[in-house]
Design a binder for this molecule. Sequence first.
Ligand code: ADP
Ligand code: MG
Ligand code: MG
Length: 251
Amino acid sequence: MLEIKNLHVKVGDKEILKGVDLNIGDGEVHAIMGPNGAGKSTLSYALAGRDGYEITDGEVLFRGKNLLDLDAHERAGEGMFLGFQYPVEIPGVSNMNFLKTAVNSLRKYRGEEDMPAVELLKLVREKAKELDLDPEMLKRPVNVGFSGGEKKRNEMVQMAVLDPVFALLDETDSGLDIDALRVVSEGINRLRSPEKSILLITHYQRLLDYVVPDFVHVLADGRIVKSGGKELALVLEKEGYAGIGIEDTAA
Ligand code: ADP
Ligand code: MG
Ligand code: MG
């Protein structure tokens, strides 16, 4: 699904990622944990192709294609969903219209006709219901005035409607109360299937109680310094990053 080889990323003059290697197979759920400032968000922005994140070495293959050659629209069209720590607010665009544009742009990329409006409305309402998002929120501008939990629910609705083959979620659990955490976990778990893969990036172990990963990696100072199974997250919870010999300056 995703193969990251020796990825080096610079932000401004500073090298943040110093050779990241990671292989994610079909159907696998991977978690990347790590202390604050390790480069977790830099990795997600680099995979998203955000401006200002300069790839100085390495390569990334997404389903056999060179990801770094694809623009954001093409990445989405190929089936990648990116969720971020701070979801963007889009004043003036209703949630429903946003989803309509997103769905139809994916379909266009894949050479398909627009989804009929009635079908789209039904799909979006169904996903909103499953994920406990008040249907009234579909009429409101994207994320404007939403609470942290509502933004995350909304992100899960977007993900469910777009039905990606690979989802990367950065700190999707931060600032969530326990109910919202459950909803978000359910959104992620619903996506799990033998054909789909998920990369969760999180500072905390908490989310991994609900979404049990197949593999856990620790990113520190721009490199993956340790990989293991789900038990690695439990070790980190109990002993902290210090337990595996990593300094967490922000802790
Ligand atoms: P994490 O998500 O693991 O907390 P980040 O990827 O956000 O870490 O940050 C990694 C390092 O890169 C930090 O030292 C941070 O200060 C630095 N950094 C991130 N974004 C920028 C930026 N736009 N300009 C300069 N330094 C940055
Ligand atoms: Mg951070
Ligand atoms: Mg971060």
